[in-house]
Design a binder for this molecule. Structure first.
Ligand code: ADP
Ligand code: MG
Length: 245
């Protein structure tokens, strides 16, 4: 109902695991076609926030709105249909399938993984995604043959298979060289140029601040800073959260 161009809005979202408050009254918005950086030290609650937004788990409290619709607690498969996709920090591709098949099968999350479903348009779209994420030359390899950077891009490709409008990417730069970071950042920029909105998690600021429009910083589940990359870079509260943890 709200008059807003926000694609995503969190209102006082809390997620508790027993005594642990992983996400603590967190509120923020994401604008259409924005690239938002979502950073914080390890254990700050970044992945848990993605879990709540993507429907992997329901928040304990608070509301999540997607394009103005309250989607709190809506299961993941329904949110995928609405256009929300995510990557996982730890993931297990199908190692008995090729790169191409892994991406093709991601377009059919409800299929029985039967090749009867492997239609020509699915394969064509999977080839396009492989090219887009830089795996065009290794479509016939299996995931375990890929270098680390290739594995991370395969996970992004699997998320792209569901044709998202909002892509949540969990630590896509982990363990990458600066050249590989630049390449992944270029991919995100081109996805945004194609109309996508992205939220990108990183546990530090390397690589991220050059890419994003805006940054949210969380620590112990709470938002401690929000602003442009320049504002965040010089924010003493942010530096303290990283050094003091
Ligand atoms: P980040 O992604 O910022 O490193 P997480 O969201 O993974 O942080 O974790 C935030 C906190 O919640 C941590 O203390 C973590 O141990 C806890 N946590 C995360 N997932 C679970 C879970 N499934 N069960 C219990 N505790 C969890
Ligand atoms: Mg995490």
């Amino acid at each position: 109902e709200a008059q807003t161009t926000d694609i995503l809005r969190l209102e006082d979202v809390t997620k508790q695991f027993g005594n642990v408050t992983a996400v603590d009254n967190l509120s923020f918005s994401v604008s259409e076609r924005e690239i938002l950086g979502f950073i914080g030290p390890n254990g700050a609650g970044k992945s848990t926030t993605f879990d709540c937004v993507s429907g992997t788990m329901a928040p304990t409290d608070g509301e999540i709105y997607y394009r103005g619709e309250n989607v709190t607690g809506v299961p993941q498969h329904a949110l995928v249909e609405k256009g929300i996709a995510r990557t996982y920090q730890t993931f297990r591709p199908l190692n008995d399938r090729t790169v191409l098949e892994n991406i093709a099968l991601s377009q059919m999350p409800n299929s029985l993984f039967s090749f009867a479903d492997f239609r020509a348009d699915t394969e064509q779209r999977a080839r396009e995604i492989c090219e887009q994420v830089g795996l065009g030359d290794v479509v016939d390899q299996t995931p375990d043959e890929l270098p680390h950077a290739g594995m991370l891009r395969l996970e992004i490709g699997r998320a792209l298979g569901t044709d998202p409008d909002l892509l949540l990417v969990d630590e896509p730069f982990a363990g990458l060289t600066s050249d590989e970071i630049d390449r992944t950042a270029d991919l995100f920029t081109s996805l945004r140029e194609g109309g996508m909105t992205l939220v990108v998690i990183d546990h530090n600021m390397h690589g991220l601040l050059d890419l994003v429009d805006r940054v949210i910083v969380i620590s112990f589940g709470e938002k401690i800073a929000e602003g442009t990359p320049a504002e965040i870079r010089d924010d003493p509260t942010v530096q303290e959260a990283y050094l003091g943890g």
